[in-house]
Design a protein around this ligand. Sequence first.
Ligand code: FAD
Length: 528
Amino acid sequence: MTHHDVIIIGAGFAGLYQLHRLRGLGFDVRVVEAGGDVGGTWYWNRYPGARCDIESIEYSYSFDPDLEQEWDWTERYASQSEILAYARHVAERYDLRRDVVLNTRVEALDWDDEANRWTVTTDDGATSTARFVVAATGCLSMPSKPEFPGRDEFRGEQYWTSSWPHEGVDLSGKRVAVIGTGSSGLQTITAIGPDVASMVVFQRTPSYAIPARNGPVGERLREVRGHYPEFRELSRMAKTGFQCGEEETGWFVETDRDTADRELERRWLEGGLCYTQTFQDVLRDAEANEAASEYVRARIRQKVDDPVTAAKLTPTSYPVGAKRMCVDTGYFETFNRDNVSLVDINEEPIRRITERGIVAGDTEYEVDVIVFATGFDAMTGALNAIDIRSGGTTLREKWATGPRTYLGLMSAGFPNLFTITGPQSPSVLSNMMTSIEYHVDWIANALQHLRDHDLERIEPDPAAEDNWVTTTNDVADLTLMPRAASWYMGANIPGKQRVFMPFVGGVGTYKQYCDGIAIAHYHGFELT
Ligand code: FAD
């Protein structure tokens, strides 16, 4: 059995940077990763068209100015392969691999209250111990795989976007079914449409998608490189951890209708996720949101030739931004192709999978390949998959009615266990790189503080945690966000408690609050 100061679970962007930071502080650290290489999300999700929807100049590490200057992004929105190459470059550049154990899954964590340390059990049967554990397990790393009756009988090929074969899949000339129209489904559908013989898309909920306006990053990268420190500081203080010109953004309720329409058009033409920040009140005020939602709906109706298909693709049942927004490059136009059709499973529910294809309503759709783009058990899935035990209870039991954390960083009763981008932090509502770096630095500073003061243990005070959970819920209720049955709410997982999980109060606000907690001698935490 080996002992380490810190064991980190996961070698995505969070785990890699946490290793680098803690190693730099002289801690003995080991990373355990289930996958066959570093990169996390970008290692697993290799489906056709996989791409970031935050701009590459924002979706990158800021911790080393040399790294910022030397890495060349090629496009405004980086592809999966380029982001994975970046993660690998980082692993090499900082010599991280020597402390990363690959192809190994952490199955259990057991807290020893006497010795103040965790016992970590992995799927190869080995155990190790660590004073601290950092769960860098990812918010979107536990695929949701709904059971479809008859799936085993299907004679064709089946793939999940979340674990796409590394050698790639040749879909050309094949009849393909895609189930799911969230971000991954939408990117896959757009990418494979021109290659496949035919494609039938099964949709439960239509997505709002804003054009990416992707292209070479070119001049913009050179310009930002000239002032990266200031640029990053603005991103850290921005609401979403990336810049949308918030300082110039007005309120819909104070704007006349012509000006409002021009603003919506400007944002639409700029492209990308800043669309919901056209006005300060888009995610707070029903009228403002309806204007922003209707603008997108009108664009969808313009893009799709067949009015019946257009109506099915147009989201009407929830406010724009309340489910994860998509960024697209020709998604809606894909449905103008003769070889592509759409099935609304609210009208024609999927009854079963047969050896030949999918039965929805009264029709059997015969296909050669089924692609499942069915999303993730978001935010809590990867954590709850580990048997985490402390003081006679498990984290899974504690979180049965929804996650409970202090600042999204720790959960009371589970000392010395940190979660990067955990529930009740901005996480999935932000540029994850900004949020990851913030949490990693906060945790590194906390561990250094403990060591400097000869302390061994940190855990949240239950009262502080209760307050934070209440605050998170109250802030969410001030917005329109809980009005959609989204994965932010756990609504895509049968039986999962419906609670709005991320902190919606903004990255900059959150950072200031957590900085203040640390300065106030880790107020709300017990340090012993
Ligand atoms: P991950 O990258 O998920 O890495 C976690 C790692 O932990 C995984 O490799 C996993 O194998 C490992 N792990 C989990 N449990 C265990 C265990 N028990 N034992 C061992 N290892 C374990 N974010 C954005 O900000 N912008 C985007 O445009 C964007 N696009 C995305 C597109 C897709 C398709 C997906 C799935 C996510 C996207 N995200 C995006 C979110 C993305 O997850 C984060 O940006 C970021 O990559 C998360 O890094 P991470 O290290 O926290 O987690």
